[in-house]
Ligand binder design. Sequence first.
Ligand code: FE2
Ligand code: FE2
Length: 283
Amino acid sequence: MRPAAASFPRVTAILFVGDIVASAGRRTLKALLPGLREELGLDFVVANGENAAGGIGITPKHADELFAAGVDVITLGNHTYRHREVWPYLDEQPFIVRPANFMRTQPGHGTCVFERDGASLGVVNLSGNLFMQAATPAFSTVDDALREVAGADHVLVDMHAEATSEKVAMGWFLDGRVTAVVGTHTHVPTADARVLPGGTAYITDVGMTGARGGVIGVRREQSIAVMRTHMPMRYDSSDEDPWLMAVVIRSAPGSRPSLAASIEPVLRPASSATNDSGRNQTR
Ligand SMILES: [Fe+2]
Ligand SMILES: [Fe+2]
């Protein structure tokens, strides 16, 4: 009898892109994603978009731009409601999520399930509670949120938090229950990507997709001036030395939701885009 090789579940590759900051971040994503899709054999792309519009928040136009660039699901964070025009969009568009532990009365939803070619990816967005404004503790909300994506083939949790301790704890809390827990918000990538013993891929912070020549996305001379003078100043987004910062998670087939076989950082300068796509898309 022929082995039914075709029916074996295959490895799935999920790219998670750290906070996309302003036009430099959007341009970098557009320049690099087509090449990464081919190079890494990507099945799903999730990106944090909370800084996509001018460095703070997101608008429907910029969310549509990210979807058109190949992002399947957008996650958000503490800057979710900065632009009023996105409020109704968050209710209407199923594949943009804001932290599940915001208030029920706030626009949007905290989970979604995206499907492609018969496979499904559940995405849960959470906000940390230390130094962040969230209605309920992430740890008491996450079980309900996971019930909303129950049955998905893969589940990814974006834990948007300031404190490393909260993110590490969430990784351990969900180890063995989801495919991946990825941290966002600090814009600085951490060196602790690993698959935890229970099989959940984990990283404390993925980093940002934006200008590395600034201070977490802001023009560095402005940021330094504010820190030196303690006086308010206008902040503009930096354009200098843009990078894409992401992780690629590969699933280990055999359970639902899948557990992870690997998680690897993907840290690339915009200048590494192939000449053709770089020249055409980074202007
Ligand atoms: Fe951010
Ligand atoms: Fe944030």
